[in-house]
Design a protein around this ligand. Structure first.
Ligand code: NDP
Ligand SMILES: O=CC(=O)O
Length: 358
């Protein structure tokens, strides 16, 4: 894939300009946006969406010399993460084509300007680079390598970037199928949940074809705040599983603490505050603690995915004979929570598994 095709430099300029806008410019821009909207200037009678208005203003403000001609970007899998990620690409002015197993989830993106193709094969055939954000190893393999999968449509000069959380073996399998077509492959699982996905603040953990990594960096920078290139395929998956193994254990331990504090007559909300001020503070506790004390678990990271990640992390640990007793115990708790019907709740609902044990 040539950088000519991607017009990467142009897009990169566009992204970095947007992300580096000084505060005063952001407020000036929103002022201009709202006042122009109030005046109902002709541009707005075309019913431009607010982000398109913002993009126009940003572009005219910096007087871009070159017109941007973004690459054609495919996006497969529009769940909690995929939808906002694809949305951010569209908002940044990329030419995006979407597909999702449940077609209705494509509709909001189509109304933002995305194109639609009825199979992963057709998306990959019509795009320069295709991103995939699928639930688990099975769906990632099916969408990439199954009937009408991306590998059937992709070919030399194109790229496939799998941002799903899977194990290294799955990633290597998909890598093999994609490479056999002459296309390039990058695994790029993300750290960060629903809100970071919406805010373009994800952390990409990539591995695979370095030239593809360089080519897609502008897109990663639209969707994320940082990116790591970790070498051979499997290393990105491994890094993601280690991070989520830690996270799953942290949440299980936090749940025990909340319940214990309540049992001994303390206010668990005060515990959340104390934890947030000390050395063990973590954004996750501050974010999830208040709703956990109310037994509310609005889904950002589905519990079934956290359990999947723990299962895959335990497999990774076993492959190198590393002892992980804490993660193993946490995994059992998530399994109990799944059996309680909490799979689609947020992973913080794991606390319910401990309540059930009392
Ligand atoms: N949510 C989070 O906070 C984070 C999630 N992740 C990881 O990102 C990935 C996606 O997560 P998330 O968006 O939350 O999950 P969702 O469950 O919201 O979305 C899963 C996506 O996979 C699709 N899918 C599932 N099974 C199949 C299948 N058999 N064939 C085709 N498509 C399928 C779904 O399609 P359909 O709509 O038809 O069901 C949907 O598009 C997971 O690997 C997760 O571990 C990583 C970081 C954070
Ligand atoms: O995988 C989940 C996350 O929050 O990261």
């Amino acid at each position: 894939m040539s950088s000519e095709t991607f017009r990467a430099r142009n897009i990169y300029r566009h992204v970095s300009l947007q992300k580096r806008l000084p505060k005063h410019f952001a407020s000036e821009t929103s002022f201009k946006t709202s006042s122009l909207l109030r005046q109902q200037q002709p541009m707005f009678q075309l019913q431009l969406l607010p982000h398109q208005v913002l993009n126009c203003l940003v572009r005219s403000h910096v007087e871009c010399a070159e017109e941007e001609l973004p690459a054609r970007v495919g996006f497969l899998g529009l769940g909690i993460m995929g939808s906002p990620m694809a949305q951010n690409l569209i908002k940044a002015g990329c030419d995006v084509t979407v597909w999702n197993r449940t077609k209705s989830k494509c509709d909001p993106l189509i109304s933002l300007g995305a194109k639609y193709k009825p199979s992963p094969e057709e998306v990959a055939a019509s795009c320069d680079v295709t991103f995939a954000m699928l639930a688990d190893p099975e769906s990632a393999i099916d969408v990439a390598c199954g009937k009408y999968g991306a590998a059937s449509g992709i070919g030399p000069g194109k790229g496939y970037v799998d941002v799903s959380t899977v194990d290294g073996a799955t990633s290597k399998l998909i890598h093999g199928h994609i490479k056999a077509t002459g296309a390039s492959f990058l695994e790029a699982p993300v750290s960060g949940s629903k809100k970071p996905a919406e805010d373009g603040q994800l952390i990409f953990l990539t591995a695979g074809d370095k030239p593809l990594y360089d080519e897609v960096a502008p897109f990663l920078d639209i969707m994320g705040k940082s990116r790591f290139y970790l070498g051979d395929v499997g290393n990105g998956a491994a890094m993601k599983l280690v991070v989520n193994m830690i996270m799953g254990s942290m949440m299980a331990s936090f749940s025990e603490g909340l319940l214990l504090s309540e049992k001994v007559g303390l206010d668990p909300n005060v515990l959340v505050e104390v934890v947030s001020q000390g050395a063990i503070s973590a954004p996750m506790y501050k974010l999830k603690g208040p709703s956990m004390t109310k037994s509310l678990y609005p889904t950002a990271f589905p519990l079934k995915h956290q359990q999947k990640d723990l299962r895959l992390a335990l497999g990774l640990a076993e492959s190198v004979s590393q002892s992980t007793p804490i993660a193993a115990a946490a995994n059992e708790l998530y399994k109990v929570a799944k059996s309680q019907g909490l799979s689609d709740q947020d992973f913080s609902a794991v606390i319910e598994a401990l309540k059930a044990k009392q």
